[in-house]
Write a protein that binds this ligand. Structure first.
Ligand code: NAD
Length: 421
């Protein structure tokens, strides 16, 4: 699919649920309208539930429907497969798509683990097909403008940052069997909800080096967390604070960046336009540098904005954004967030190796998340509070604070304990 700048991209969709009908089919219509021609045409849709596949096909004028991704791919040979299945079924559909030679655009979260992500990425070929992932908030014009302002140095150095996903999902939301479970959703709101803001945030802030997190299940009946908080250090020296929850009745998605030359904020819920962004210049800036910050272009963050860019990449036979290392960054961060929350220790990015404990999954099955009913689970974790009896015994024993080579062999927390004043 390279070089064919005017041909119609033949699209297959797997998973005919809420996001397929509510976001992807409208996005396909929008890119066609914007191009003034049939840039992409849906040639078939698949769903495990044949009645749903049939009714969606009838309602949206899709010529064929199938009970599986494999049958859709074999019968229609699409150029692009859009994967809208629940997270636990992403991998098989993406693998089937790439194996059939189709480019793939898969819903978030990309995969259930870094191992799955890497296995899938190995099926890509130079020039395509590539697997890319839905991260629609990166693609609004205001985010692109801020990216440009950061690389030109106009806003100065990033110092402090905030990334909040304060959303509300009631108890009934978790009646859907795949939600709230490690095996099928891959995680709680860090993986399923906050991933949107965190992806935009990390895309703008650049490489992170260390994360320290806590996560609990405070009010929903889930295996995973329903809330997580994290502190992050960036290579640039900037610091950040992240909250992901589904327990917030006044919902908001809020990102804030304090640079040496000003503060940039966006507050929205499920998508932003330029109007959701605000710029406050630093008091030291001269009058002629305090002008309005917003971009000339006005593109809302949306599936359509990302799809337009993906189709451009297909036209050129080039790796799209949000694939490969660029699509992996947020999943790495989430793996580190869970590792820190479950072990009670900071996690450095360099700890996330293929032999590391959170490479094959986001969760250690031996860890139960603290809930309102069993807050003691927190203390059972490897990094939980020390055993008071062991502490008393240690205090009674004659000890000297380890120094030099001895100290270097002890875990970080031991050194901290012994150097406490
Ligand atoms: N980007 C966003 O803003 C956004 C918003 C909501 C959901 N999502 C993501 O979209 C995906 C789907 O969510 P949804 O809300 O549409 O779920 P849904 O339950 O409404 O729809 C999923 C559909 O997939 C079908 N399905 C399940 N396994 C399948 C398989 N192996 N093969 C074929 N079909 C299969 C189900 O029968 C169902 O019809 C999830 O990954 C979710 O995280 C993204």
């Amino acid at each position: 699919m390279s070089g064919s700048t005017r041909s119609t991209v033949r699209v297959g969709i797997v998973g005919a649920g809420g996001i397929a009908t509510g976001a992807h089919l409208p996005a396909l219509r929008a890119v066609n309208e914007q191009a003034g021609r049939q840039r992409a045409a849906v040639v078939g849709i698949a769903d495990l539930d044949p009645a749903r596949a049939a009714s969606t096909a009838a309602e949206h004028g899709i010529p064929a429907h199938f009970p599986s991704a494999e049958e859709l791919l074999a019968a229609t040979r699409p150029d692009l497969l859009i994967v809208c299945t629940p997270p636990g079924a992403h991998r098989s559909a993406v693998v089937a798509g790439l194996a059939a030679g189709a480019w793939v655009w898969c819903e978030k979260p990309p995969m259930l683990s870094l191992e799955e992500y890497d296995d899938v990425a190995r099926l890509e070929r130079e020039g395509g097909p590539y697997a890319s992932y839905v991260v629609q908030h990166r693609f609004g014009s205001a985010a692109q403008h801020l990216r440009d302002q950061m690389s030109s140095g106009r806003v100065g150095r990033p110092l402090v940052s905030v990334c909040h996903t304060l959303w509300y999902r009631g108890h009934d939301y978790y009646d859907v069997p795949w939600r709230g479970k490690w095996a099928t959703e891959g995680g709680g709101p860090a993986m399923g909800h906050g991933i949107h803001q965190m992806d935009l945030y990390l895309d703008l802030m650049g490489e992170w080096t260390e994360v320290t997190a806590v996560a609990d299940a405070q009010d929903r009946t889930v295996e995973t967390e329903d809330t997580s908080l994290a502190i992050v250090r960036f290579e640039s020296g900037a610091l950040g604070s992240i909250v992901n929850t589904v327990l917030a009745p006044r919902e908001t998605s809020y990102l804030r960046f304090d640079f040496t030359n000003g503060t940039v904020e966006v507050e929205h819920l499920y998508g932003y336009t330029n109007d959701h962004w605000r710029y406050t210049p630093s008091p030291h800036l001269p009058e002629d540098q305090r002008d309005a910050w917003l971009p000339q272009a006005s593109t809302a963050s949306s599936h359509a904005a990302q799809l337009g860019e993906l189709l451009d990449s297909m036209d050129r036979g080039e790796r799209p954004r949000a694939s490969g290392a660029d699509g992996r960054r947020t999943l790495e961060f989430i793996a580190a967030l869970y590792q820190s929350a479950e072990t009670g220790r900071p996690v450095r990015r360099s700890d996330l190796t293929a032999s590391g404990p959170y490479y094959t999954g986001m969760h250690d099955p031996a860890v139960a998340y603290p809930t309102a009913d069993s807050p003691q689970a927190r203390d059972d974790r490897p990094g939980g509070p020390p055993d008071p009896a062991a502490e008393a015994a240690a205090a009674a024993a004659p000890t000297a604070a380890p120094t030099g080579a001895d100290a270097a062999h002890l875990p970080d927390d031991t050194i901290l304990e012994t150097s406490r004043g």
